[in-house]
Unconditional design. Structure first.
Length: 378
């Protein structure tokens, strides 16, 4: 059985103020072409279909077009909600969609039933595990003590009717301990939301979402496929792809990566203003790519961002690397914000307002409040 693994579409996302909707439309069309060429029996969408719990109408329409296109190609679709999604919105219409071969994860209610497909070698059972955190389990199991994502996922999995003699596939959206994370992902992940890879030992393939970098964790078949597009400059060196999974007899799984080529890349370039603006520099590459430009001039260039955008209209970020910035450690405001945790941001605000640092009691209170908000929020 051939399956295609996707995740973290983040439809409706804006990167540094730039809408990614047309880029997303382009890459989803490319994925549909790959589906047409490869003819997988199933497509696994491992969460974060949208970038926000309340996505813009254009993003909803784009997902509708994509699901319709997959269904038209004869695929069975298995989709779950991620931490950026509203579980209720992803589940809406699920019982009707099921008749078209589109299986959307319901809001977690304490149990998960498998969806079974057949091939020449027999049945394959698919389990859809939407993003879980302690608050979700406590709402359906109030008598159970759940304090971490590890405990939440463990509790959700222990009740599954997994038959070890059959081939089993899990679609999940969690952070598995040991995976490599990007700097901006570390701020979101923290310590209490990690889960152990050993929890997934009963599954022949685990289609993971949540992390943007493609990678396997612990074993080849416990895999993050990564995002189809680059959504931050921390991903500038990534090579985006979808993962093609082939299930043969029990325990025999083959993976292949199908590369994706964006309409406009997200890149970083550096040099002096004159070097970056030299015609030979921008005629050899796509000047409409999304760019982070680092200027190495010792003196600031007047209206540099405006002048650079006459050649590079999709310039997203501009900074300097010179003697002054190296000595002072100076960062542009957007860089500083990107690398600070919520607690550090609040600490900066408090310092500006009160001309003193937070004390230990205040820090302890804020740490507890941050954790409580994360657990209870969507």
């Amino acid at each position: 059985m051939k399956l295609m693994h996707l995740s973290d579409l983040h439809l409706g996302k804006r990167v540094n103020g730039f809408s990614m909707l047309e880029e997303q439309r382009f890459i989803l069309e490319q994925i549909l072409q790959l589906v047409h060429a490869e003819q997988p029996q199933g497509v696994l969408l491992a969460g974060d279909l949208f970038d926000k719990p309340t996505p813009p109408a254009e993003a909803v329409s784009l997902l509708d077009d994509f699901l319709a296109g997959l269904s038209h190609l004869g695929c069975t679709i298995f989709a779950i909600s991620g931490n950026h999604d509203s579980p209720e919105r992803i589940a809406y219409g699920g019982r009707l969609l099921r008749h078209s071969g589109v299986h959307m994860s319901p809001v977690y209610g304490g149990s998960i039933s498998p969806i079974t497909l057949e091939d020449d070698l027999g049945p394959v059972d698919f389990y859809l595990l939407p993003f879980l955190k302690p608050a979700y389990l406590r709402s359906v199991m109030p008598e159970t003590e759940i304090h971490s994502c590890q405990e939440a996922v463990e509790k959700a999995l222990e009740g599954l009717p997994v038959d070890p003699r059959r081939r089993n596939v899990l679609v999940a959206h969690q952070f598995v301990v040991g995976a490599q994370v990007l700097e901006q992902e570390e701020l979101l992940i923290g310590g209490s939301d990690g889960v152990d890879a050993a929890l997934f030992r009963d599954f022949d393939y685990v289609a993971l979402g949540h992390l943007h970098g493609p990678q396997s964790v612990g074993r080849d078949t416990l895999r993050y496929c990564g995002t189809p597009l680059k959504y931050s400059f921390a991903e500038a060196s990534h090579h985006k792809s979808v993962t093609l999974v082939e299930l043969d007899a029990k325990g025999q799984v083959t993976l292949n990566l199908l590369p994706l080529t964006p309409q406009h890349d997200l890149r970083e370039i550096r040099g002096t203003y004159d070097q970056v603006m030299d015609r030979s520099a921008y005629t050899q590459q796509n000047r409409f790519d999304y760019l982070h430009i680092t200027l190495t001039d010792e003196e600031d260039v007047p209206d540099a961002i405006g002048r650079l955008r006459t050649v590079y209209p999709n310039l997203m970020k501009l900074d300097y690397d010179n003697r002054r910035t190296r000595e002072t450690g100076e960062l542009l405001p957007e860089d500083a914000l990107e690398h600070q945790s919520p607690l550090e941001l609040f600490g900066d605000f408090y310092r500006m307002q009160n001309n003193k640092e937070l004390d230990d009691a205040q820090l302890a209170y804020l740490n507890g409040l941050t954790k409580e908000i994360w657990e209870e929020g969507v």
